[in-house]
Design a protein around this ligand. Structure first.
Ligand code: NAD
Ligand code: UDP
Length: 330
């Protein structure tokens, strides 16, 4: 298939491009580089031996997006492009609603106009709100706690309504849990601008000496050691889930959790990192981060049954690969 990957130079998008090319798909990338670097395109060429066609455009720009659909016969779209920092979304709600919703509307409009059969969307476990894990796709969604989460819930609705009104469009909504790790080559990985918000990139920066210590947000949750529990998934496993979804779904709206089903606490992850990489990560326990929940992990059985997809890589793989990328990344 000819697959348009929006946000294809970002963290999850770049790993998905590798897996798509490995599975003989032709990839066209659209990215405005707001949170990625053009060098990733060279890295993708090195890893795969193929240089994907690249458009530096904003996917909220309808004319620019339409020109891609005019230039290529697109069979499917995987829409990663979006802003994703929860705290920033509270400070700049309009920027988040505009970027994340207009992009989804422009792309789905083009899919309908140009008869594109497949659309895969990056959603998030955040749409479940604070509910008891394991989380299942058929649970009622709870009110999200920030504009970022709301853009995911609304995008899911926009895409569901669009697919229901257009028989030819199959939509896959993928709810990611906590993607971490990096490609085994160490060439691509998570490289956020500024001080990281998420746990794993913060840990790698502390290990590298670029930040003095990790703040562990709370040790009074009802979890194994009191620290927050999440379902960390290796980004390469996550990327493979996209290939399965775009290849398998032929009609209607399908929603899948992409997680491992295993909960890991902050301290378990930090200890696994120190042990596997033989390096110290100084940390201190501080108060809870506002808006955080104690525990969040997937029931990933639907994706296994319907897509034949299951996460294979371990926490050890995740912490080793994340560290290899950080060491390579000057
Ligand atoms: P990322 O920031 O690394 O990648 C997003 C890419 O989209 C970047 O390359 C950025 O430059 C590009 N982009 C953003 N807005 C754009 C626009 N209007 N036009 C063109 N390009 C644009 O983020 P990621 O971690 O790879 O996340 C990819 C998607 O997955 C996002 O939609 C994110 O919300 C979602 N998601 C991520 C996580 C996570 O923990 N990383 C969890 C759940 C869902
Ligand atoms: N966390 C932490 N210190 C940090 C960043 C995160 O203790 O500097 C904790 C956070 O409270 C949560 C877990 O690590 O329990 C995962 O947080 P992250 O921001 O990576 O993901 P999310 O909150 O989206 O699940």
């Amino acid at each position: 298939m000819n697959i348009l990957v929006t946000g294809g130079l970002g963290f999850i998008g770049s790993h998905t491009v590798v897996e798509l090319i490995k599975n003989n798909h032709t990839v066209i990338i659209a990215d405005n580089l707001i949170n990625s670097k053009i060098e990733v395109l060279d890295k993708l060429s090195t890893i795969t031996g193929i240089r994907p066609t690249f458009y530096q455009i904003d996917v909220t720009d309808e004319q620019a997006v339409e020109s891609i659909f005019n230039n290529h016969k697109i069979d499917g779209v995987i829409h990663f492009a979006g802003l994703k920092a929860v705290g920033e979304s509270v400070e700049k709600p309009l920027q988040y609603y505009y970027n994340n919703l207009v992009s989804t509307m422009v792309l789905s409009k083009m899919c309908v106009k140009y008869g594109v059969g497949k659309f895969v969307f990056s959603s998030s476990a955040t749409v479940y709100g604070d509910q008891l894990s394991p989380l299942k796709e058929d649970m009622e969604l709870k009110q999200t706690t920030n504009p970022y989460g709301e853009t995911k819930a609304i995008s899911e609705r926009i895409l569901t309504d669009t697919a229901n009104a257009n028989d030819g469009l199959a939509v896959s909504i993928l709810r990611y849990f906590n993607p971490v790790g990096a490609h085994e080559s160490g060439l691509i990985g998570e490289d956020p601008n500024g001080i990281p918000n998420n746990l794993m990139p913060f840990v790698t920066k502390v290990a590298k000496g670029q930040l003095s210590k990790l703040s562990v947000f709370g040790n009074d949750y009802d979890t194994i050691d009191g620290t927050g529990v999440r379902d960390y998934i290796h980004v390469v496993d996550l990327a493979k889930g996209h290939v399965k979804a775009i290849e398998k779904n032929e009609s209607g709206v399908k929603i899948y959790n992409l997680g491992t089903g295993q909960g890991t606490s902050v301290l378990e992850l930090v200890n696994a990192f120190m042990k596997a990489n033989n390096i110290e990560v100084p940390y201190e326990i501080v108060g809870r981060r506002p808006g955080d929940i104690g525990s969040c992990f997937a029931d990933p059985s639907k994706a296994e049954q319907e897509l034949g997809w299951k996460a294979d890589l371990t926490i050890e793989d995740m912490v080793q690969d994340a560290w290899r990328f950080e060491m390579n990344n000057k």
